[in-house]
Design a protein around this ligand. Structure first.
Ligand SMILES: [Zn+2]
Length: 245
């Protein structure tokens, strides 16, 4: 089997205030998450987008795109992908055992033995064939894509006063004592994404769809998404593409 190894630089452009909280408060200000970075001007504490946030956002897009793509086609892998659901931390695939059997019959004896040792039910084995799970991982399946944390190449941090609505009097109350630190629009971050997938596979195509979506439509990161925070556009520049057998 030929494996395709790709690396990308992700250029992340912040479009609306980004809130990735540290869980700490300084006075009455909720701070953004920072990490110590050695720069030419000494040790600085810079805002960071953790790899887990990037992975979570890419996975959500992958689930949305993958499921709608799968509905158009009738192949057994597509049936598995269209049944992919996340339930809290768990991933489930509600797909008929006959479909899993059909997929298993395409494997070598050795691969089947490995799967039998690693997974119990047909439902668990289904994840092995799911392009979303091959990209982002599931119990017993290591993720095909990995992300670094994203560090800023330019940034501004601002405080936004928290407002709340007095529901009884239907009035907006501005509470000047409390504020959220945010990374302001116009800031830019960089991260690295490494992908190792089967050459020409559905998961490789799905990854290309996700990268295109993140650059053309954009995605949301961090907290307070419901009020429109954390819209970013991510340009994925492929910097290397090799194959291994
Ligand atoms: Zn899946």
């Amino acid at each position: 089997m030929i494996r395709s190894t790709r690396s990308y630089v992700l250029r992340i452009e912040v479009l609306t205030p980004l809130t990735i909280g540290s869980g700490r408060e300084r006075g009455m200000i909720k701070e953004v998450l920072r990490v110590p970075v050695m720069t030419s001007k000494g040790l600085k504490y810079l805002p960071v987008i953790p790899s887990s946030s990037l992975k979570g956002a890419f996975r959500s897009i992958g689930e949305m795109l993958g499921r709608s793509w799968a509905e158009l086609l009738d192949e057994p892998e597509m049936k598995v992908m269209s049944s992919h659901r996340r339930n809290g931390g768990a991933v489930i695939h509600e797909v008929g055992e006959s479909i899993v059997e059909e997929l298993l019959s395409g494997l070598s004896q050795k691969e089947r033995e490995i799967l039998d040792r690693r997974f119990g039910s047909a439902g668990e084995k289904a994840a092995y064939f799911c392009p979303i799970c091959r990209l982002f991982g599931a119990p017993g399946i290591s993720a095909g894509v990995r992300f670094s944390d994203a560090l800023p190449t330019k940034f501004t941090v601002q405080s936004i006063t928290r407002t709340s609505i007095d529901r009884r009097r239907l009035k907006v109350m501005e509470n000047r004592l409390f504020a959220d630190e945010v990374v302001a629009p116009g800031s830019e971050f960089r991260a690295v994404m490494l992908a190792e997938v089967r050459e020409g596979s559905l998961e490789e195509k799905l990854l290309e769809m996700i990268v295109r979506f993140a650059s053309e439509v954009g995605i949301q990161l961090g907290g307070s998404k419901s009020v429109g925070r954390g819209s970013v556009r991510i340009e994925g520049l492929e910097i290397s593409h090799g194959t291994t057998t």
